[in-house]
Design a protein around this ligand. Sequence first.
Ligand SMILES: Nc1nc2c(ncn2[C@@H]2O[C@H](COP(=O)(O)OP(=O)(O)OP(=O)(O)O)[C@@H](O)[C@H]2O)c(=O)[nH]1
Ligand SMILES: [Mg+2]
Length: 395
Amino acid sequence: MSSGPVKYVRYLLFAAVGLALFFFVSRSAIPFPENIGSKLNPVSHKETHSTSSQGKAATSAEFTNGTWGSGDRVNATFVTLARNSDIWDLAKSIRSVEDRFNRDYHYDWVFLNDKEFDDNFKKITTALVSGTTHYGVIPKEHWSYPEWIDQDKAKKVREDMGQRKIIYGDSESYRHMCRYESGFFFRHPLMLNYEFYWRVEPSIELFCDISFDPFRFMKEKNKKYSFVLSLYEYFDTIPTLWDSVTKFMGNHPEHIAEGNSIDFLSDDGGTTYNKCHFWSNFEIGSLEWLRSKEYLDYFESLDRDGGFFYERWGDAPVHSIAAGLLLKKEQIHFFNEIAYYHIPFTHCPTGEQLRLDLKCHCDPNENFDWKGYSCTSRFFQINDMKKPAGYENES
Ligand SMILES: Nc1nc2c(ncn2[C@@H]2O[C@H](COP(=O)(O)OP(=O)(O)OP(=O)(O)O)[C@@H](O)[C@H]2O)c(=O)[nH]1
Ligand SMILES: [Mg+2]
């Protein structure tokens, strides 16, 4: 991992290159599976000033007056994949989550690692988490090459991507990490007893009090996946991902949900991928959905195609495309109220009164949601959601 300023510059470069690529790189297009029928027909959407079903479903008042805070806890856990060396960056994240939310709820926290956690890691995290902590080692078969992968070919790809300076392009462990987050963390024995998860990474920050229980909100509203930030993926990491998804859709039309979010993912009804994805370093989601036949068939199909190793598919587009295709639109939720930072992007809630009520300490000018490289406007548009008042001042 690189140091702070260097990393920041790297991200700026990455964002600039990504933006340029988004506009100039031609997209892959393969024949569209006909047996999906009307499920992927694009619908036209009005610009977003009507009140939506999603907008009606959750108002800001509900998140500040305790509507979702009362009652029993949900069967849920925080989950973090980490190395022993991540301990101090992770300690900051845990402190933030505890101070802003979990000290009132005491949810459990599961830590997963491809190696044994050392005593220092366990001691510090146990002291910081107000709920029960669990520590798991990842089974070897979930963090190694499947037998159908040609490892020489994978090595050449890493060397080539390294020379082309693609972020994490030369990293073998990053690829295992992305594949693990895409297809396995929810199947770890420690995760099997839980219904919902909240993913936390090292060095994140929460800027506002969370005065409601997001797990409870997810469960009672029948939400399966949620996000706070969305953006465009770097094309060179996923050149054939959509081809693989298209193949899956052709083989499993029964898994594609009626009323899905295809228009979040594609500008042409599914022929090509527009690279929009939810930023998965923050996720609150349903483990039961990830363990469903629909999701497992999807992951298995993508995994067989080898792009986790022959390209550098990230768990963010993999999860997002699944959510976009396998779930109904209304099962995906945007949490404006959860203020979040992971280098280099900030989600600072739009709406001054909300920020004051929640004791936020983020600068609204840094809010990424309505800026050009975010996909959140598109999410609002496809769901006919009204953007929060004041968004124009943050674009
Ligand atoms: N156990 C283990 N965890 C890892 C490994 N690589 C990454 N992780 C964890 O996987 C998550 C994602 O890795 P990050 O390095 O944060 O990836 P990223 O968010 O794309 O990039 P950054 O900007 O560096 O944060 C984090 O929770 C890491 O701690 C690894 O080799 N072993
Ligand atoms: Mg990270």
